[in-house]
Design a protein around this ligand. Structure first.
Ligand code: ATP
Ligand code: MG
Length: 258
C-alpha cells in the first residue's frame, strides 16, 4: 500500500473511508452544520442519532454533493476530495444513498428494477442494447438473495410491501457495488419483523461496505450499533457505544429524555 503524502511530504493518510473536518453550512444565516468533524473506518457500520433538525440529513447532503458547505474538509478515502465533485460524479465514485421514501419503479418487476440500476451509468444508447454478462447475472442473483427477494423476482415492485420496497431500493444500490452506503431512516414505517430483517441485512453488509445509518428507532440501533454518534445543533455532541451515549447527561437532555 502506498503512503499518501501532502506537498511537504508529510504522511496524511488517515486510513478512513470518510473524513469530515470543521464543516460549516448556513441556510439564510442559520447554522445547520456547525464545525462538524466526524470520520468512519473502512467496513464500519456507524449509527447517527440526534433530535429533529440536528443536521443529520444535511450532513448526508454534503457528503453526496447535494449541498456544498461554506467551509471545511470532506474526504472519501485519503485521496478523494469530495468537495471537488458534483452529485452524479460522487455516486460514480462509490457512494450510494438511500432516501427515506422508496423510489423504485412500481410498474417494473423486482428483477427489472435491479437490472435498470445496473444500467444507470451507461448512456441511453448503450442501455437500449444492454445485455447482462454472466458476472452481472451472478451479481444480481447474489443481491436478490442478500435482500431476501429471490422469491419475488418476477413480481411487480408496486405489489411489494413497504419493507420489501425498501430492500429493493437497497438492492438497487448494492448492484452498483458502493464502498460507502448512506441510509437515512431506513426502517421508518416498517413492521417489527421487517425491521429485524433489515438489522440482519445491515449486519451482513458491514465489512464488505462501510455504512452510515441515521435512525430514530433505538431498538434497531441497539441491534446493529458499534459506535454511535450523537449529532445536535450541527455538530457532534457525543460518541461511543450506545450504552455510553445513553448514559451521557447532555444526550439525555437534548434527545433521549424527551
Ligand atoms: N435547503 C435548506 N434550506 C434551509 N434550511 C434547511 C435546508 N436543509 C435543511 N435546513 C435546516 O437545517 C436544519 C437541519 O435539518 P436536517 O434535515 O439536516 O435535520 P435532521 O437531523 O435530518 O432532522 P430529522 O431527524 O427531523 O430528519 C433544520 O433546521 C432544517 O430546517
Ligand atoms: Mg433527516
Amino acid at each position: 500500500m502506498s503512503v499518501v503524502t501532502n506537498d511537504e511530504g508529510v504522511n496524511v493518510d488517515h486510513g478512513r473511508i470518510l473524513y469530515l473536518e470543521d464543516v460549516n453550512v448556513s441556510f439564510d444565516g442559520f447554522k445547520a452544520i456547525n464545525n462538524l468533524s466526524l470520520d468512519i473506518a473502512p467496513g464500519e457500520l456507524r449509527c447517527i442519532i440526534g433530535p429533529n433538525g440536528a443536521g443529520k440529513t444535511t450532513m448526508m447532503d454534503i457528503i453526496t454533493g447535494k449541498t456544498k458547505p461554506d467551509s471545511g474538509t470532506v474526504f472519501f478515502g485519503s485521496t478523494i476530495d469530495l468537495l471537488r465533485y458534483r452529485e452524479a460524479e460522487i455516486a460514480q465514485l462509490g457512494i450510494g444513498r438511500k432516501f427515506q421514501k422508496p423510489t423504485v419503479f412500481e410498474n417494473l418487476t423486482v428483477f427489472e428494477n435491479l437490472e435498470l440500476a445496473l444500467k444507470t451509468d451507461k448512456g441511453f444508447r448503450a442501455s437500449m442494447f444492454f445485455k447482462l454478462n454472466s458476472e452481472q447475472t451472478d451479481r444480481l442473483a447474489e443481491v436478490l438473495h442478500t435482500i431476501h427477494l429471490a422469491e419475488q423476482v418476477t413480481r411487480q415492485a408496486g405489489n411489494l410491501s413497504h419493507g420489501q420496497k425498501q430492500w429493493l431500493e437497497i438492492g438497487m444500490l448494492l448492484v452498483q457495488e458502493p464502498k460507502l452506503l448512506l441510509l437515512d431512516e431506513p426502517v421508518a414505517g416498517m413492521t417489527d419483523e421487517e425491521t429485524a430483517r433489515t438489522a440482519e441485512l445491515f449486519l451482513s453488509l458491514k465489512g464488505k461496505h462501510s455504512l452510515m445509518v441515521v435512525e430514530h428507532d433505538m431498538g434497531f440501533i441497539k441491534t446493529i450499533s458499534e459506535i454511535v454518534t450523537v449529532l445536535c445543533d450541527g455538530s457532534v455532541l457525543a460518541q461511543g457505544t450506545l450504552d455510553q451515549v445513553q448514559a451521557d447527561e447532555r444526550v439525555i437532555e437534548v434527545y433521549l429524555g424527551r
